[in-house]
Design a protein around this ligand. Sequence first.
Ligand SMILES: *Cc1c(COP(=O)(O)O)cnc(C)c1O
Length: 389
Amino acid sequence: MAEKRPFRSLDTTAVHAGDPVPRICGATVPPIFQATVFEHRGEPGDYHSIVYPRLNNLPNHNAVGGKVAALEGAERAIPTASGMAAISTVLLSVLADGGHLLIQDQLYGGTHMFVTAHLERYGITYDWIRPDNFDDWHTLVRPETKAIYVEAMTNPLTRVIDLDRVTRFAREHGLKSLIDATFVSPVLYRPLEAGFDVVMHSATKYLNGHSDLVAGVIAGSESALQPISKLLNELGGMLDPHACFLLHRGLKTLPLRMRQHCANAQALAEALEANPRVQAVHYPGLESHPDHEIAKRCFDGMSGMLAFELTGGTEAARNFIDRVEIPASGPSLGGVETLVTRPATTSHAGLTPAERAAAGVTDGLVRVSVGIEGVEDLIEDFERAIGAV
Ligand SMILES: *Cc1c(COP(=O)(O)O)cnc(C)c1O
């Protein structure tokens, strides 16, 4: 059972919430329950009360779920096999029976693929919404519209839709409001407190933070999660107990890590903005960012994701990535180590050049997942590499 956030500080919550009470054999760390068979004494009851890994009810599932629920201020949270398992299960559950969805047009690639390749085949329809056509959103609402889906921050340009507007709109039209909050984590934004109904994360990213597992979570009220949890049990997207153990461990340092991600990204973004060879920097912590005010109002910090363009375009971006030493070059994000990538060749490689241009993703754009290293090393490394392109 999830605990309400029992401590004043998220730091304390991250360390202690969700731990089994009493401790299992006194262990301060919940042991991994690798068993797939648990004795059943034949008492009458729901099949779902039998302890079985796919039913998401091992002590390891409860520990992770309890910790995430406490961090999110949720009645309940459930771990899933991946971020996409969380997102696909929520969408299929909420939109069953031919529902209609309003969904933000700039989406994580996997979500975009799921929506465009599969929803209509299940009898689900959707319309795209954009922050700049807010006044048109109401014209898209139909009798069968059930939900509105957004991401807390877009990839890679870190745009922030006005999230208060989204929840107000959802309330006015009786829609379920769904958010993928992977880019901010509950340390910077707790969507349920802000009025969202269901929050999803790729726990592969900040929640775990160590680039060593794939996982997701879904959080919300008991009543919102009940049908979602049932569908998840039947689709089978549960998280392996060993991965639960690692995620539970990673979560303990989430607030500590997020503080350093935010501070490093702010300092690096400012250094890049001051560099004459840098043409543009996209980071919501900069006053020059178009959504700076929205992000300041909604979030407790600006997170660790930024993107920038060098004056030399694609060639310069390639040379920069070859020359920068501390970051690995690769997709994914949210780990302790800094990563750089050119979205045109990774996350947005599936789009045509024209589609990329429409999304503002130039071929020379470099995305950075800023890690928790010493920022003086990062700035020195980035400036040296930029100077050498
Ligand atoms: C990575 C990511 C996902 C998908 O998560 P997986 O754990 O890879 O399935 C979904 N949304 C966002 C914003 C992501 O960054």
